[in-house]
Ligand binder design. Sequence first.
Ligand code: AMP
Length: 380
Amino acid sequence: MSFASLKLSSHLLNSLEKHGFKKPYPIQEQAIPAILDGKDVLGLAQTGSGKTASYVLPVLMQLEKQAPTRNRHINVLVMVPTRELAIQVENVFSQFGADVPFPFKSLAVFGGVSINPQMKAMSNVNVLVATPGRLLELSESNALHFSSVSTLILDEADKLLNLGFKAEMDTVFALLPRKRQNLLFSATLSPDVKSMQQVLLNNPVTITIAPEQERTELINQMGYYVKDEKKGPLLRYLIKEKAMEQVLVFTSSVYQADLVADKLQKNGISARAIHSKKSQGNRTETLHYFKQGEITVLVATDLLSRGIDIEFLPYVINYELPRSPKDFVHRIGRTGRAENPGEAITFVTEEGAHHFKVIQKKMKAVVTMIDSENLDLSGF
Ligand code: AMP
């Protein structure tokens, strides 16, 4: 199937070509026609499946047919659980919105940063991507109006509900016009999402895309038995041996993330840590530098293991194991996306060996193990 057969405009087809999207991913094949048809959609798909473009493209098509935005009246509201996802989704809207033949403006708003610039930027916004708390603050300040909203999108709905946003979301729903199209995307159909779906969606088209667990075969996995005190040298050894230029390293605590990044810096390897204790500005800047290739190593806690898409990430290293197999899959899912296989390396200590067996069993994968005792780590 081609994008052209999905009845997208020539502007968008050119834009897709420009951005190297050659053919639609399965979620796009199914979601785009349903959305263009005005249906409500329940998309069960993870980040990495191409779900963002599956709603961005038809939404842009629909906007073309709508009256121009009145000041501070948004047409499309996308709700997301995290600031990072807000920025990422807005980027996709800007990317494709740059090529549409009508005035288009998208904006991401989220908490943790000053509200004033966001209030000022609200004029003539067609598509607003927002975390729930900040959205309500803006609404309370009369910085935006919901009466023209024709499409509501919840992205990562399972996480939105997990993070305890339910009350805020209910407040938002009450402010929206009754007649609207609802699109709900979630990695899982958790009981919360199920009940939300019943309230929100009207006779939806349900689209299910195989979860990452079933796609881990795209990823080349390797494990290293290593003593705790040798993890630093092993990390530096691997970065050098494999000539890694971009690697995401996961630790299980903020403290450890800072420590690992510092140690790498001291050894002349450009590295930065990203986690919940960093300011929003710092997180955005770090991600930007990493995506640009200006930092070799990004050390992250599980905060980053969901939701964030970094294109062509060749290496992920689990410096420490996560507690749950699910988090493990999310972490390594940062590599080996779609048609772009990567390598996931896991450090396993003696104490972690059993836990890693459990993870492999859940993943239905057997990871080849190397004993780092057999490597010459001297000088690292
Ligand atoms: P998402 O699941 O929306 O985060 O998308 C995952 C990644 O796939 C992003 O880097 C997109 O730019 C990319 N992508 C989405 N759809 C396509 C496509 N049809 N062809 C090529 N890349 C795509």
